[in-house]
Design a binder for this molecule. Sequence first.
Ligand code: ADP
Length: 323
Amino acid sequence: MTQSEMIAATAARLSQGRAAAVRLKDSTLSLVCDVSGLDESARAEMVGRLKAELGALEGVDEVRIAETSERRELPIVAVASGKGGVGKSTLAANIAVALALAGRKVGIVDADIYGPSQPTLLGCDETRPEARDKKLVPVECRHGIGLLSMGQLVKPGQAIAWRGPMAGNALTQLVDAHWGATEMLIADMPPGTGDVQLSMIQRHKPVGAVIVSTPQDLALIDARRAIALFEQADVPIIGLVENMAGYACPHCGEISDPFGSGGVERAAQEIGVAFLGRIPLSLGVREASDGGEPPAGSENDLAAPFTDIAKRVARWVDERRTA
Ligand code: ADP
């Protein structure tokens, strides 16, 4: 972690995600703190704590805090793919779990109306969100992750045949909800380039997108289409992830590549975007995910690739916010 990352992470933790534009220049640290919704004593306490603890950090002589009560923008990271079944929802859930375990307050918006799987992945299948002041209150799932899902708005098994404005309005209900101190939203996007994707991109403007693909050429063609959609709307691509690469035989341990390997990294180079990492095809990933405990929360080898990718995503978002 660089010094500026460490300072940004400390400011985020102390302010419960309310600090933004954190900048250190000539040993003066400046930041903007969103104090909306806090009463006078809570506000004074937060500002006092930020000044004391950040001022004690090495290289910081003075802390200047500009208070604002304008609702700060909650950064949305879109996790997308060109087509379904490539592990987009699995990656979104695991990024959220890894970040939550690193002390971040994250939420997931499951916008995948065709297969809302986040309630299952995060082990909060049965719970439906309540509404307060006409806004939804996210359901608290494993590791304190807040979740709002299209799947929670409809009865299980009911085919979701929403189109256009209906899907767009449902999405807005999920995004403009009581996210409280949440620092970052991970959006599990539907596959492809339809109405919900456009609504998310145009109305809610994610800070960046992570694109998931399997290594085969066919999947990559779809991934390129997804990238083009974000780029047309000026949503930067944080990077590409290769999923289901390299299968370790559970019997002999030999690694084989049923879908090939390395194709996504090569494509990232060609397109000129970052390659964020590779996740092996593994029975353990599927079993843990279907069991409602994403592997990023486990202590075994399956967690590492997800944790690394999550770190790179968080660093990217932090750098954007402090730039
Ligand atoms: P998408 O969101 O792209 O439709 P999912 O995340 O729902 O894809 O994944 C599809 C299926 O593949 C799920 O059953 C999931 O558990 C499984 N899966 C995803 N990634 C892996 C992996 N790396 N190894 C094994 N199974 C995986």
